[in-house]
Design a binder for this molecule. Structure first.
Ligand code: BGC
Length: 249
């Protein structure tokens, strides 16, 4: 099935048509800047522009950086606070005129990596961490997702860990790779005290630079970069929508 997969990020909104059976992109990747302030209305309009740019009128899967339950956003850590309580599924359907399934962005990236990437065939506990504007997390056991896990919100030095160790913090504070990896190690240590994954997969744009910081990382779990790098979010969002289309019969 072909589905338009969209990933709403802190700096840009990415989209591509995805073959959900193979996980391959069947269109060019389109990008549009995330509007500021990133309110649901403005993001909805930007998504609708992206859908037109892709010349698409079929089903859409959309990953957003918030806890999502039944299409409704429940948190807004790195986006405008007005997302909380917004029925994102309904909003995007109104703006685009297409069926939309909405999922947490890290859960989407995790679905893609478990199905087509570094987590393929892994039955044990797998933690996917996406390092970008925030820190996203997705936990799988026996291939099943435990949705809306927010490990980036774990407290570290009195604030959410993502304020200390995200990729955006590395850039903003001009940390070198080793300094940043030191912070990541503190975060991983915290995560591994709570759950004991057998594999940790690192996603987000920075996963394409894994050779720069992986040598400094220390985890009990095996560590791998995401195979689909920055595209995992769009691919996984499309796969999530495919599951929902199937459910609808
Ligand atoms: C949000 C998560 C999201 C992560 C990555 C965090 O600020 O709370 O829901 O997955 O950023 O975008």
């Amino acid at each position: 099935m072909n589905i338009l997969g969209i990933d709403v990020g802190g700096s840009c909104i990415k989209g591509a048509i995805v073959n959900t059976t193979t996980g391959r992109l069947c269109s060019r990747r389109m990008e549009i800047a995330t509007p500021q302030p990133a309110t649901p209305q403005l993001v909805g309009e930007a998504v609708s522009k992206l859908v037109k740019k892709c010349d698409w009128n079929g089903p859409i899967g959309c990953g957003v950086p918030a806890v999502i339950q039944n299409g409704v956003a429940k948190t807004a850590a790195n986006i405008d606070v007005s997302w909380i309580g917004t029925d994102v599924q309904r909003l995007l359907q109104e703006k685009t005129g297409c069926f939309c399934a909405v999922v947490n962005d890290a859960d989407a990236a995790g679905l893609a990596e478990m199905r087509f990437g570094a987590g393929r065939g892994e039955d044990g506990a797998v933690l996917i961490l996406t390092l970008g504007t925030g820190i996203g997390s997705a936990l799988f056991s026996q291939g099943q997702l435990f949705p809306n896990l927010e490990f980036g919100a774990l407290p570290l030095y009195g604030a959410p860990a993502e304020h200390y160790a995200s990729a955006a913090v590395r850039t903003a504070q001009k940390l070198n790779w080793q300094e940043w990896a030191g912070r990541l190690n503190e975060f991983f240590h915290l995560a591994e005290r709570l759950i004991s994954p057998e594999l940790i997969i690192i996603g987000g744009g920075v996963s394409s630079k894994s050779q720069e910081f992986f040598p400094f990382l220390q985890t009990t779990a095996k560590l791998l970069p995401a195979r689909s790098e920055n595209q995992a979010g769009s691919i996984g969002a499309a796969c999530y929508a495919a599951l929902n289309c199937d459910d609808k019969g």
